[in-house]
Design a protein around this ligand. Structure first.
Ligand code: PLP
Length: 416
């Protein structure tokens, strides 16, 4: 009997086949309890940017656990690693004069950002600006507001009414975004939420000029631009943030995952001066929002050690250098009979798309390729739209990249 109710799982299937219990990890490899080794093609859920087995992160966390594991950060209370991490993130943030609100992960970051943009407009004297626009195929986590702005029905089936005043637009068309905002009335629209790369929805890379144009559309209409960089942030797309790489100057950035490389759960929202100002103004009063673990001191201590590694090993630059290598390594898979295309070329994020005709015949085909890959010692997973996720740690070397591509090819062959 499986007692662990897994997230995003078919528990009937898990109960029937059993769990794959992972035991340890080093670099880009993970071992299960039987001792079988896997190449981690996805850096778990896109998060282990620095790779596994980094003793300095473990040491930093252990030292902080002994000193002060955590304490409430409500009101004026803080802890040294958390106060310093906010300063450090502000230094690399894609906007000037930034401040940081911490959460325990990406879902809470999105939750915070939606509340933030609505309250922002209320404080600004425009309380009718409550509509939040997001993109079809977008993923923004599975908390209440994140579920309400998700771009895929899979996550909303059977839930009844979700948060109101949300609007979906095509994922790749800035003119459609402009038209949707104009139709709703810009005076009703609070913000546009945008993953620079649509991640869980399929690794959809932004068409050339799209992000810049979408940013312009928002600026021209006074609509806040929120970059959801939960996947992209902290090096994965060849810069500290996709927003820095594309010069987006967002109003808010949501982050998680790569900030600690997943060694401990941490996320947050970076706010630029425009959004911060009415909250921090005299007379604004308490913003009654936050979490028990907002800025958890052990998690922020781990984040410092993780950022030390990202900086010392220049991993954002390494990701930029890797993007062409990754695309080149995966390119031959595009001609496999079971594959329609490979999407790659922006950072260390890619998808191998299973042929739509094959998926139409048998929607389980992606899952079968994932299992075949597992047999061959490669851990990957299916994305929205039936692609295979490829987002290894930023430290992956040529040999491991070869191992990854050969394993995927073999798995595709097995199923074809
Ligand atoms: N936003 C994006 C773009 C994500 O990819 C994710 C998770 O994958 C989230 C938000 C939610 O983060 P979490 O799973 O930490 O709640």
């Amino acid at each position: 009997m499986v007692r662990f109710w897994h997230p995003v799982a078919d528990m009937h299937a898990v109960s029937a086949t059993g769990e794959l219990v992972l035991d340890r990890a080093e670099g880009v490899h993970v071992w299960d309890e039987s001792g079988k080794r896997y190449l981690d093609a996805t850096a778990a859920l896109w998060y282990c940017n620095v790779g596994y087995g980094r003793p300095e992160i473990a040491d930093a966390a252990a030292a902080q656990l002994r000193r002060l594991p955590a304490y409430s950060h409500y009101g004026d209370l803080s802890s040294r690693p958390t106060t310093d991490l906010a300063e450090r993130i502000a230094q690399i943030a894609p906007m000037d004069d930034a401040v940081v609100f911490f959460t325990s992960g990406g879902g809470e970051a999105v939750e915070t950002a939606v509340k933030l943009v609505r309250r922002y407009w209320s404080l600004r004297g425009e309380p009718r600006r409550t509509i939040v626009v997001s993109r079809e195929r977008a993923y923004h986590g599975l908390a209440g507001y994140g579920t309400s702005i998700v771009g895929t029905d899979t996550f909303t089936v059977g839930l009844g009414p979700l948060a109101g005043d949300t609007l979906r637009v095509p994922w790749d068309d800035a003119d459609a975004l402009a038209a949707a905002i104009d139709e709703a009335g810009p005076e009703r629209v609070a913000a546009f939420f945008c993953e620079p790369i649509v991640g869980a929805g399929g690794v959809l890379l932004p068409p050339p000029g799209y992000l810049e144009a979408a940013r312009r559309v928002c600026r021209e209409r006074g609509v806040l631009f929120v970059a959801d960089e939960v996947i992209c942030g902290f090096g994965r797309v060849g810069d500290w943030f996709a927003s820095t790489r594309f010069g987006l100057d967002p109003d808010l950035v949501t982050f998680a995952k790569g900030v600690t490389s997943g060694y401990l759960p941490l996320g947050g929202v970076i706010a630029g001066a425009r959004v911060r100002e009415p909250f921090w103004a005299e007379g604004a009063g308490i913003w009654a929002h936050g979490y028990t673990y907002s800025g958890h001191a052990t998690a922020t201590a781990a984040a410092h050690a993780n950022l030390d590694i990202l900086e010392r090993e220049s991993l954002p630059a390494r990701a930029a250098a890797l993007e062409a290598e990754l695309a080149k390594a995966l390119e031959p898979l595009a001609s496999h009979p079971l594959v329609s295309e490979v999407r790659a070329g922006l950072g260390v994020v890619a998808a191998v798309q299973i042929l739509p005709e094959a998926l139409a015949d048998d929607p389980s085909v992606t899952g079968r390729v994932v299992l075949a890959a597992r047999e061959r010692g490669i851990l990957t997973r299916g994305l929205g739209g039936g692609g295979l996720q490829v987002s290894p740690a930023l430290v992956i070397d040529e040999a491991a990249l070869g191992e990854l591509v050969e394993g995927l090819r073999g798995a595709l062959d097995d199923v074809a």
